[in-house]
Design a protein. Sequence first.
Length: 326
Amino acid sequence: MQFTRSTRLTFLSAALLLAACSKDADETPTPEEPDHFRPATAASSAYISQVFEYLPAPGQFVNENNLGDTTGAKKLIGGSDALLSLGSYGGYVTFGFDHSIENKDGDDLGIFGNPLTNAGQEWSEPGIVLVMQDKNGNGKPDDGEWYELAGSEYAKATTIKKYRITYYNPKKEEATDILWKDNQGHSGYVLANYFHTQPYYPSFANPDSISFEGTLLPNTIGKKYDPVYQTDLMTNKPFDWGYSDNGSADVLQTINDEGRGYNKLEISNAVDANGKSVTLKYIDFVKVYTGQSCNGNTSTDPDNPDRFLGEISTEISGAMDIHIKP
């Protein structure tokens, strides 16, 4: 078959056009994931704007008005003066803000609790903090994995990952010990004490049992002689950094500098379920849960436990975006 000069030029033009189209296709950048970042404005509040879920584990304040019920959870909105108990290990609250909290240099998130910080009288109830981005832009914490903000204990051998515990409802109308079993082959009881006589199992949870899974921090409870009171006092020592309701150096610093104590956390410490560091430019949702599983006593006699102090249970009074704190 013979081609005229005009035909050759037509084929050449078509070939060049196809090559150009192919090149343009190769150079087209991959579309980025939708960004639903919500910048803070002059009208933004530094404090919690919405509580999404409150599910405490059994505890001495659970089912008490404003301390262990859904009404109390809503009081976290807009300030730092509430007081909500999360109950025993795993009990949690999730909340968000009216804007995204940016991951900047230094501290990003402040969480208020009520640890005791007097020397020799420390009483911390450390809570583990998780964060999430609103990737789908629907304003709800349903975007997949929560990322833990790894604190000072995260990589230590005494910390247990993927810990799971189940609490069983005794179905009684008064305070009674709550049976639990975990995935480490252990079992025990959340002990009822003399000061809180209501049922300790949350009335708004599954009626038979509830389970929680996460990172288990080591217990820090003990006794220390106090020269002022001239007796041994129970203490629950704080960890170095990275937890809520934890009487660590950051709380002492904020008390000294601002007249109010809160724990400071960095978004840059986020890790996934396998412990791998995750880079987040911002976060939208926060989850806090009780990180220790311990009754407030050091009795070695299981038939005669000390019921005076009750369980270790993280408390939260509020949270704020440190970058726009009042």
